[in-house]
Design a protein around this ligand. Structure first.
Ligand code: 5GP
Ligand code: ZN
Length: 116
């Protein structure tokens, strides 16, 4: 399940420390070390798969749980009504730099669309 050389697998197991904001048996959420908004949280599955491009129907429940976790954290942090952005950078042109699927939850400021 976890990959030896993957930073986010190590964050999921606790081998690399992070500021966790939520965890359950499916996913872990923690603060991004390079925040792009007042709140910038990453939601990762405990199970390693490289990207959304690598997802299959077997990941359907996991992806659903990750999205619902993002929405719940946004409500808990108090910016759900104002609004927020969820992002899944996928592969090179998508700007993905860590190849363990993750959702960015960004909140606390307005966002423009389309993003750069
Ligand atoms: P990507 O560019 O792949 O969509 O996003 C990767 C994100 O992971 C970046 O926003 C980056 O700041 C964050 N990141 C990279 N390494 C670490 C780390 O060791 N700890 C934490 N908390 N975030 C990280
Ligand atoms: Zn991983």
């Amino acid at each position: 399940m976890s990959r030896e050389d993957c930073i986010f697998c190590k964050i999921a197991t606790g081998e690399i420390t992070s500021q966790r904001v939520f965890e359950d048996d499916i996913c872990v959420a923690f603060n991004d070390t390079s925040p792009q908004a007042p709140t910038h949280i990453l939601i990762i599955p405990r199970e390693h798969f490289d990207s959304l491009d690598a997802a299959t129907t077997e990941h359907k429940d996991t992806l659903g749980q990750m999205l619902l976790t993002a929405a719940e954290i946004a409500r808990e942090k108090g910016f759900a009504k104002d609004g927020y952005r969820v992002v899944i950078n996928t592969n090179a042109d998508g700007g993905q730099t860590v190849f363990h699927t993750h959702i960015h939850l960004l909140g606390g400021r307005p966002f423009i669309f389309p993003p750069g």
